[in-house]
Write a protein of this length. Structure first.
Lengths: 516, 659
């Protein structure tokens, strides 16, 4: 069942975009449409492969599936080991979905160096998928760093005015975290080799987790190693106070870059916490949990408050990401079933909804070359279809029940409330703030009379084009489907949730029973 | 047969989807009627289905019985121990709400055909109305807290869309946003309440969780019942616009008038009352929370009534009147008179729906004018509207034998009998005030000489049948509902229907009402006092604001509004709605805005400043790193190399650490 006709599906889904990049590279340089369509084609095939894998995935079975393992550097126990558990599966499909949507969304805005752009995008997809399927820490690290390069280029070449500053900041910031993580990875492997007397399996995730389960990675070592992992992941998520690269990167990145950045790249952090940091260093995770919970709460509230006063549409959505992603880390670090389920749902939903919001901002930017909220107004009458789509995703982001955002947020809150009531209470207040900044933005952009600035655009101010609608319709459909049937995801991730919780040991981190 | 219950919410959402997708095209191609047929038809069918359910559910016939009937569709959220069904529960309480919501909903749909006949986007209006019906029906039918919350939020969304229906009007857009956000403040409480219930009981099903909550020894509860009850009450305060979350409702009158009738008088604002009534065993087990409910309710009642005295916008008077009447309902809930609260919910739904639709008909007649200072003398020109509004006014004033008398009297009576004399005392004062401001509205609108704009006056006309028919139909329950279900006092049909719902509370509260006062039957004494109160209010208003051709007594009124001292203060306080909007503006826009701006400054200068500071220090320290700014890939490799050196160093340090 799991290896349909014996094909190495995991490798295929990971490296098919790389093949695509190669093909695009050899396409004629004077025909940008070829590059566009080839890239889209490969992204779509990859998407179909990932869907086929999803279809063959056995949700009830624990552990990883579609495993492939080959020795790579046997001397140090490094292997090419890929495979997927439920969480990986969900995130891989999210990646392949957002990838083709992003490529399609780049058809109109990207008019220079199209070929190079498409190659970067396909390579980005390789890196992202790789991170989610790698079952070997060394391999994981390689994919982790591979993601940086194309993103660096995408922001640095096709970005806005201040792109160089933003992209350098993005790369350096991430690099600081990931290098520390590399140190921790190597130190962990070394500890493993020293304790067991063999390098065999020193980088293998499953073996290391079993090793950690025997308490070998506790104490001071675990404390610092977890700190190093956590820093890398916290920067990616991004957690307060490591978030300031995000607004800059978003504002400067081209639309599709923002979509992937918000939709997938931020999820790498959450995934890292769940799959690596916590199972490898459960004791340290509990020690650090109070700090992370408090930082998450600050991020949730602070991100929302700062979003309230943003004059720029993209910055507003970027700060809302800080707030929304705070739910992910909060849900993870209360070590509680609903919290973790909520965190994972929130990762997926944030990818879909915020991705769509960036697409929508991009669509209006295409027409106005401006994102200043104060200059907008009255789009409801000028571009009704656009306004309706905008409204849909705004309310999805507000967390309206029936749409997907609600379930993840609510489950996270329930989990937090159960484990640390005070944290649940604080986080719930973001419901008001989120409604505040999102509706204020929506009102200023779509309601009222058409602003003079928009009037000045004349016939340039067109409603959504079919190609733009095509990027949003699948996202809207998924938002509705997951809103009504969150079980589709919850069933898939059940194994991963149980695995992390049992690795972490279900201990309530901070007992703050305020009401007793 | 009863498995058709899911159709009740399903048809309106299908109507919404259909109209949202095709309404515009249908309207452009085939005209208004084509776009209206589906949404209106859906609601009419829903009304018919609901009627077939309401009868047996009220009389506890099989399969409903005393405990109600459940239909489950699928498990919405299967999250470990946190299981949320998409399921419906129908018992007598649900049936009462269904009756109010579907009946008034249907009439408002029909009325809107006439009222919105000149709007460019009628299709959108009907789409939103259908969405509202769906949300409200989910809210009352839901069998678990999370689904109630779902309907609750969707009601908020539909109300947002409908208040802001004329979105090009700035005031409408602002009012819509205000309504949603203020509601969300309450929703935070409600959401926390749901979590508290889940943590306490491990289930989200309403019936099961309530059972566990009251049966579990209080020492085993993680969160005390009083807190849980107050959290749930927070949600109720938002939707039902109780002080201090009342500020959104008057502004919500920016929406088209049918919306004011449907959402902001007859249905949505009842959601809070329904919620507390639904959770009545929880509240009854938390007497300290009950007192707060009663206090907030009766305070809102008198506060809003005092504001209604001086408002000149006809819809705003009705809006404050709604607040005041909702306050009555919460006072009733707070004293444990749950049945009376639901009774008043029902009768108020009908007569206030009537009054709002009537005011819409008036506004329609005078070409969109809402200021009562530019009305007057309209009684003869729009006779049906006048007659039906007169019925509504007498009903709300509490004159027997109209509906309002029975339900209001039951609230006041029970408050007195259960020993809440302060609630009763304030309640009687509010009754005087209600009768007064309602007649003020009638006098200024319909009687005396005409102050209508001369350019409009010749065109004043009675509205189309689609608008007058609902008025007439609503007048029927406004007259007869009390006699039908509320007679004899205290033991009418409604009491029997709702008995199983509130049985548990009766046992918990275990109170014996006072039966006699001054040696007379208490009911008789209290009824006389209530009726006298209403008459005092009415007659004073008749004296000041006229009746028939009798003119407004302007010199008297001027004398009052120009008085000095306490009267002047009260007058200005009423006119300015006790300055709550100004207070909120100061707190949340001026001060809150500063805080947010300060935080952003902090983010740019301190948080990001540190990052950039570290960056520039590193840059000047390591000369080689500076080239990374050129943006070349080679430099990236250099970064890795430097990182590896750092890594090697740290590696040695960490390995050297004692484990």
């Amino acid at each position: 069942m799991n290896s349909i006709s014996g094909l190495p599906l995991t490798t295929i889904v990971t490296f098919l975009p790389a093949l695509g990049a190669l093909v695009v590279a050899f396409s004629p340089g004077n025909k940008p449409d070829w590059a566009r369509k080839l890239a889209l084609g490969f992204a779509l095939i990859t998407w179909v492969v990932s869907l086929a894998m999803l279809g063959g995935f056995v949700a009830t079975q624990g552990g990883t599936q579609y495993n492939e393992a080959y020795a790579w550097v046997p001397a140090f126990g490094i292997s090419y080991h890929v495979g997927l558990d439920g969480l990986s599966m969900v995130l891989v499909v999210l990646t392949t979905t957002l990838s083709w949507i992003s490529i399609l969304a780049s058809f109109l805005p990207i008019q220079t160096r199209v070929k190079e752009y498409m190659i970067s995008f396909l390579m980005l997809e390789v890196g992202m998928t790789g991170v989610f399927v790698a079952q070997d820490l060394f391999l994981f690290y390689i994919f982790w760093e591979l993601v940086l390069v194309p993103m660096y280029l995408i922001i640095g070449i096709w970005g806005g005015k201040n792109r160089i500053y933003a992209t350098i900041k993005f790369v350096l910031y991430t690099l600081v975290g990931s290098l520390l993580m590399l140190v921790a990875i190597l130190a962990t492997a070394f500890t493993y080799a020293q304790t067991t007397g063999s390098w065999d399996g020193a980088f293998d995730v499953a073996k290391l987790i079993a090793f950690a389960g025997q308490g070998h990675l506790n104490g001071t070592f675990g404390f610092f190693a977890f700190g190093a992992f956590a820093l890398a992941f916290a920067i990616k998520v991004p957690m307060f106070p490591f978030h300031t690269w995000l607004p800059d990167a978003h504002v400067e990145a081209p639309t599709a870059g923002s979509v992937i950045l918000a939709g997938v790249l931020l999820k790498l952090g959450g995934y890292g916490f769940i799959r690596f940091a916590i199972p490898l260093f459960p004791e340290a995770a509990h020690t650090w949990a109070p700090v992370i919970i408090v930082l998450s709460l600050i991020g949730i509230i602070y991100g929302a408050i700062v979003a309230l006063v943003q004059p720029d549409l993209k910055k507003l959505v970027a700060y809302s990401s800080v707030s929304h992603m705070g739910f992910v880390t909060l849900g993870i670090f209360v070590f509680q079933e609903q919290g973790l389920q909520g965190a994972i749902l929130q990762m997926v939903n944030h990818g879909l909804i915020t991705g769509a919001l960036f697409l929508l901002v991009g669509i209006i930017y295409e027409r106005t070359h401006d994102r200043t909220i104060a200059k907008m107004g009255g789009l409801g009458s000028a571009t009704p279809v656009y306004a309706a789509a905008f409204g849909f995703f705004v309310f999805a982001s507000v967390g309206l029940p029936g749409l997907s955002g609600f379930v993840g947020e609510f489950l996270t809150l329930v989990g937090a409330f159960k484990a640390v009531p005070a944290a649940g209470v604080v986080a719930t207040f973001v419901m008001i703030l989120a409604a505040g900044y999102l509706l204020w933005m929506f009102q200023r952009v779509t309601f009222g009379e058409l602003s003079d600035f928009l009037k000045g655009l004349g016939s340039h101010l067109t409603d959504m084009k079919p190609i733009e609608a095509m990027t949003l319709v699948p996202l809207a459909a998924l938002v509705v489907i997951f809103g009504l049937f969150p079980g589709l995801i919850l069933n898939l991730i059940q194994g991963s949730v149980q695995a992390m919780l049992s690795a972490a040991g279900q201990v309530v981190p901070i007992a703050l029973a305020v009401w007793r | 047969m009863y498995d058709l219950i899911p159709l009740i919410p399903l048809l309106p959402i299908l109507g919404f989807a259909f109209t949202a997708l095709f309404g515009r095209r249908l309207m452009l191609k085939y005209g208004r009627t084509a776009a209206e047929i589906v949404p209106v038809g859906a609601v009419v069918i829903v009304w018919l289905i609901a009627l077939s359910v309401i009868g047996p559910a009220l009389t506890h016939a099989e399969p409903f019985g005393e405990t109600g009937y459940n239909v489950k569709l699928w498990t919405w959220i299967p999250a470990g121990g946190f299981n949320v069904d998409l399921g419906f529960h129908v018992d007598a309480l649900t049936a009462v709400l269904l009756l109010v919501v579907t009946t008034i909903g249907m009439l408002v749909h029909i009325y809107s055909i006439g009222y919105m006949a000149h709007d460019k986007a009628t299709w959108r209006f009907f789409a939103y109305l259908n969405l509202f019906m769906f949300s409200m029906l989910v809210l009352v039918l839901a069998d678990n807290w999370v689904l109630v919350f779902g309907g609750w939020e969707l009601v908020g969304l539909s109300s947002y869309s409908l208040i802001g229906f004329w979105y090009h009007k700035r005031s409408a857009a602002l009012a819509a946003k205000k309504a949603f956000i203020v509601n969300r403040v309450g929703d935070v409480g409600f959401a926390l309440g749901i979590m508290a219930i889940f943590v306490n009981t491990g289930t989200l099903n309403i019936q099961e969780s309530l059972k566990i909550l009251i049966e579990k020894p209080s020492a085993e509860l993680v969160i005390p019942l009083g807190i849980v009850a107050l959290l749930v009450f927070c949600g109720a305060m938002g939707k039902s616009a109780q002080f201090p979350l009342h500020v959104w409702l008057p502004d919500a009158m920016e929406g088209p008038t049918p919306v004011s009738a449907l959402i902001h008088a007859a249905t949505m604002v009842n959601a809070g009352v329904y919620l507390v009534a639904r959770a009545n065993p929880l509240f009854s087990s938390a007497p300290e929370a009950m007192v707060i409910v009663a206090g907030v309710g009766i305070f809102t009642a008198i506060l809003a009534a005092s504001i209604a005295f001086t408002q000149t916008d006809i819809k705003r008077v009705l809006a404050f009147s709604t607040l005041s009447q909702l306050g009555y309902m919460f006072a009733a809930l707070g004293v444990g008179a749950y049945g009376a609260a639901i009774f008043h919910l029902m009768s108020h739904g009908f007569f206030k729906g009537l009054l709002f639709l009537g005011s819409g008909s008036v506004i329609h007649a005078v070409d969109g004018e809402q200021d009562m200072n530019r009305m007057g003398g309209l009684a003869k020109k729009i006779p049906i509207t006048h007659a039906t509004m007169l019925i509504g006014t007498i009903a709300i004033a509490g004159i027997p034998p109209l509906a309002g008398f029975f339900s209001k009297d039951e609230i006041l009576g029970e408050a007195f009998k259960f020993g809440f004399y302060w609630v009763w005392g304030i309640g009687v004062i509010v009754a005087v005030m209600t009768a007064f401001y309602m007649w003020r509205l009638m006098g200024k609108t319909f009687y005396g000489e005409s102050r209508v704009d001369p350019s409009v006056a010749p065109h004043v006309h009675e509205s189309a049948w689609q608008m007058t028919l609902p008025l007439v139909l609503l007048a029927i329950p406004s007259i007869g509902l009390g006699m039908a279900v509320g007679w004899p006092l205290g033991s009418g049909a409604l009491v029997g229907w709702l008995k199983p719902i509130f049985e548990e509370s009766e046992i918990i509260l275990a109170r014996t009402p006072t039966e006699e006062l001054f040696g007379l039957p208490i009911n008789a004494v209290l009824v006389v006092i209530s009726v006298l109160a209403a008459l005092v209010g009415l007659l004073t208003a008749v004296y000041l604001f006229g009746i028939g051709r009798r003119k407004v007594n302007q010199p008297r009124i001027d004398a009052i509004s120009n008085a000095n001292g306490a009267t002047r203060f009260l007058y200005r306080a009423s006119l300015n709605k006790w300055w709550f909007d100004e207070l909120n503006h100061l707190l949340f826009i001026r001060i809150g805005g500063r805080v947010a701006a300060a935080m952003w400054w902090f983010d740019r200068t301190v948080v990001d400043g540190t990052v950039n500071g570290v960056g520039s220090v590193t840059r000047s320290a390591g000369g080689g790193l500076r080239r990374i700014q050129t943006g070349r890939v080679q430099n990236y490799a250099l970064g890795i190399a430097i990182g590896l050196i750092v890594m090697a160093g740290s590696f040695l340090v960490i390995v050297g650490l004692p484990r």
